[in-house]
Design a protein around this ligand. Structure first.
Ligand SMILES: N[C@@H](CCC(=O)N[C@@H](CS)C(=O)NCC(=O)O)C(=O)O
Length: 210
């Protein structure tokens, strides 16, 4: 049995839930209450040395870092979502995970935090300079995603991989923050396809959204 400790509003957590559902896992999702400092208690600090989320517990051990959790889950399940018989495709998946962590996903998170989450969750007024900087990078980087998705419909090859589920977690923040995507038909088609999928419906339930 897998256990994921996380925060339903965080893309780092949602990507692990999307992958867990895409893999059809039997797992427990434990929501941590940050306002009570549950993530800084000894029990959670044993799972993550900085007391952050998400974490995965499995087979008597714990893992942190959301991308590592996603790849681990797919590896253990021997899934084609992270194919163990194609080194190049695995590297391409790793490439997109790093791309979203370091580039577009980072800016989408930053933009949606400033534009929506900061005030909603009581962290004060948006930092407009940070918001504008993030928006500039988003505008610069969206065209390369449109190009990739218009070629094959997915991030790697012509099928779903964990790269799609991870990217989707970040694109949810684009939608939340009303980043205009009308000029990007391939991104919109990909997003709607994933959003309507059975695994996403199950994930939304697990995350308490429906
Ligand atoms: N790079 C990490 C980021 C983990 C992280 O910063 N999690 C945030 C939630 S998105 C957190 O736990 N914040 C609470 C804290 O730092 O105390 C990952 O991908 O898992």
């Amino acid at each position: 049995m897998y256990q994921i400790h996380g925060l339903p509003i965080s893309s780092n957590t949602t990507k692990t839930i999307f992958v867990a559902e895409a893999l059809g896992l039997d797992y427990e999702f434990i929501v941590m209450d940050l306002s009570k400092g549950e993530h800084k208690q000894t029990e959670h600090m044993a799972r993550h040395p900085l007391g952050k989320l998400p974490t995965l517990t499995h087979d008597g051990g714990s893992l942190f870092e959301s991308n590592a959790i996603c790849t681990y889950l797919a590896n253990v399940e021997n899934s084609s979502l992270y194919p163990n018989d194609n080194t190049f495709d695995r590297a391409r998946i790793d490439q997109w995970l790093a791309f979203f962590t370091n580039h577009l996903g980072r800016w989408l998170n930053s933009y949606s935090f400033e534009k929506v989450a900061r005030e909603r969750y009581g962290f004060g007024k948006p930092n407009i300079a940070v918001q504008d900087e993030a928006y500039g990078f988003i505008q610069e980087q969206l065209p390369c995603i449109e190009q990739q998705l218009s070629q094959s419909g997915f991030f790697v090859g012509n099928t779903l991989t964990i790269a799609d589920y991870v990217a989707f977690a970040y694109f949810e923040n684009a939608v939340l923050a009303d980043v205009p995507l009308n000029e990007y038909p391939a991104i919109l088609a990909w997003y709607e396809q994933l959003k309507g999928s059975d695994e996403m419906q199950r994930a939304y339930k697990k995350l308490g959204r429906v």
